[in-house]
Design a protein. Structure first.
Length: 149
C-alpha cells in the first residue's frame, strides 16, 4: 500500500507504466460527472464517484486479483481500512466478473483527505468509504490499474 499526494506521483512511476499513466490523468477527471472513463480500455480506467461515507458496521473488506486500486480524494474525507488477508475471514468468494473477494474481520484505519491518494495492490484487503466523524459527502476517483501493468 502507498499513501501520498499527487505532487509525489513520480516516485511510483517505476512500478508500472499503467500506474504512472493513471496517476498522471487523475486531475483531468476531477471535475467530470460521476461515471466510468476508459483511459486504456480495460487495462486502465477510472470511476468518478460521489457518495456519503458509511459507518464502519455498514462497510465491507474487499480485495482484487486483476486490478490495483488508486483511491484519490477530490473533496471530503473518509477513513480507509487496511488488513492482512490472514486476519480476515472470506464471506463472499472471489467473483471474477466483479474482480472482488469480500471479507469480515478487523484491521487498521487511516484518514484520507482531499488531495491524497492510496494505491492498494491486488493482494491487499481494504475497506474504503468509511465515515471519519459521521457520514459525509465525498467525491473520489478510483483508478483501476490492471496488474501487473
Amino acid at each position: 500500500m502507498i499513501i501520498d499526494t499527487l505532487e509525489h506521483k513520480g516516485r511510483y512511476s517505476h512500478l508500472s507504466p499503467l500506474l504512472a499513466k493513471g496517476l498522471d490523468v487523475i486531475r483531468e477527471y476531477a471535475g467530470r460527472p460521476p461515471g466510468r472513463y476508459e483511459i486504456d480500455g480495460n487495462r486502465l480506467y477510472l470511476m468518478v464517484q460521489e457518495y456519503q461515507t458509511k459507518e464502519l458496521a455498514d462497510s465491507v473488506w474487499e480485495s482484487h486479483r486483476e486490478y490495483a486500486d488508486v483511491h484519490y480524494i477530490v473533496s471530503g474525507e473518509e477513513r480507509m481500512g487496511y488488513a492482512g488477508a490472514a486476519a480476515l475471514e472470506t464471506v463472499s468468494p472471489y467473483d471474477e466478473a466483479r474482480d472482488a473477494e469480500l471479507y469480515a474481520g478487523s484491521g487498521s484505519f487511516f484518514s484520507c483527505t482531499a488531495g491524497t491518494f492510496t494505491v492498494l495492490f491486488p493482494w491487499e484487503p481494504h475497506m474504503p468509504g468509511v465515515a471519519a466523524e459521521g457520514p459525509a459527502n465525498t467525491r473520489k476517483i478510483v483508478v483501476k490499474v490492471q496488474w501487473p501493468g
